[in-house]
Design a binder for this molecule. Structure first.
Ligand code: NAD
Ligand code: TYD
Length: 355
């Protein structure tokens, strides 16, 4: 267990805030959480952490060299876990600029600060230092129906401004290890779902719209395939890689759980029909509506997770059915959180995207 603080970036977002909870619930030490609080970052995601949690929240940008350098020195950081990113493919299609700024320039500045700080550490601490970069399976591009799942050796073929910016950041992380020896680790994970997921992404959007009596928008024919992983399983995988991953290596993380989007939404409707039936007794599936496809929409992602399983003994603990059930229950029990995040800027986005 690390006694020196961890610097987590983007820890007020969906996966980052779940990681913070997971970290303290599993006995993790002090953690400094640097987040810019964009539309996707929400301090309420961090309410009610485990008793005794040594959590320091800092409002700021990973691209701010002075702030990041000062945090590394002041807190004598032992590892960085970089979640901070612009993360929504559809937003990257409407406006790629922020994606370039945070995902590429931001990661570059964070790496520069990490390199300067790490170079000055005494030998033992220098060897123990880690920079873990959290990335996505989308960097590998799109698979055909019978192609094998992505391994860590697949070529990078990003197709959206989002995945291209994440690919660029992965390359920078790799280069800082190869050129400067910075002890980096990279994880590429499939689609996450679970509590605190901003309702612009498929699963929380459909839960929100279903309950509000609105259409459940399915892009194109709904036969695009994603691999789905419960967010806490992603968090446990990152902890395992941080503890035991080999420096300079890449680990793919996934749930062996490929599903076409239409099946995901139908399963979601069936759970909602049981947990919160419509007042007219009909199924939420009647709200499914096919809409114009996303430009350049990747057809299929699938993760081969054998490396992390065999090297680090990690396995997901939720099935899609148990994870989705927990997720639906969480949204039903947290209507106030949903109400808060779906006001203001969110409404403007929905009006633009689904016009
Ligand atoms: P999110 O959009 O919910 O959260 C991103 C967080 O980063 C927000 O709190 C935001 O305020 C913060 N942030 C943005 N720009 C920042 C900056 N310049 N400086 C500091 N903080 C900043 O995203 P998420 O879904 O939680 O994804 C987290 C990471 O995991 C991302 O790097 C993403 O690429 C990766 N990832 C996500 C998924 C997924 O399914 N959501 C899957 C694989 C990998
Ligand atoms: P999303 O949750 O945006 O994640 P990603 O694009 O990173 O995979 O989308 C998941 C899948 O659902 C993707 O194939 C696009 C599709 N989708 C819809 O069909 N309708 C929607 O309204 C949204 C947001 C996504």
């Amino acid at each position: 267990m690390m006694l020196m603080p961890l610097l987590l970036t983007g820890g007020a977002g969906f996966i980052g805030s779940n990681f913070v909870r997971d970290w303290f619930e599993t006995g993790g030490g002090p953690l400094v959480n640097l987040d810019k609080l964009t539309y996707a970052g929400n301090p309420r995601n961090l309410e009610g952490l485990a008793p005794g949690a040594q959590h320091t929240f800092v409002h700021g940008d990973i691209a701010d060299r002075d702030l990041v350098s000062e945090l590394l020195e002041r807190h004598q950081i032992s590892a960085i876990v970089n979640f901070a990113a612009e993360s929504h493919v559809d937003r990257s299609i409407h406006g790629p600029e922020d994606f370039i700024q945070t995902n590429i320039v931001g990661t570059f500045r964070l790496l520069e600060c990490a390199r300067a700080y790490w170079s000055g550490l005494p030998t033992g601490r220098k060897e123990a230092f880690r920079f873990l970069h959290v990335s996505t399976d989308e960097v590998y591009g799109s698979l055909g129906p019978s192609d094998p799942a992505f391994t860590e050796l697949n070529r990078y073929e990003p197709n959206s401004p989002y995945s291209a910016s994440k690919a660029a950041s992965d390359h920078l992380v790799r280069a800082y290890h190869h050129t400067y020896g910075l002890p980096v680790l990279t994880t590429n994970c499939s689609n996450n779902y679970g509590p605190y997921h901003f309702p612009e992404k498929l699963i929380p959007l459909c839960i929100h719209n279903a309950l509000a009596g609105k259409p459940l928008p399915i892009y194109g024919d709904g036969q695009q395939v994603r691999d789905w992983l419960y967010v806490r399983d992603h968090c446990s995988a990152i902890r395992r890689v941080l503890e035991g991953g080999r420096v300079g290596e890449v680990y793919n993380i996934g749930g062996w759980n490929e599903k076409p989007n239409l099946d995901v939404v139908r399963t979601l409707c069936a759970i909602l029909d049981r947990e919160s039936p419509r007042s007219d007794g009909r199924s939420y599936a009647e709200q499914i509506t096919f809409v114009k496809d996303r430009p350049g929409h990747d057809r299929r992602y699938a993760i081969d997770a054998r490396k992390i399983e065999s090297e680090l003994g990690w396995r997901p603990s939720e099935t899609f059915e148990t994870g989705l059930h927990k997720t639906v229950r969480w949204y039903l029990d947290h209507a106030e959180w949903v109400r808060q995040v779906t006001s203001g800027e969110y409404r403007t986005w929905v009006a633009t995207q689904y016009a």
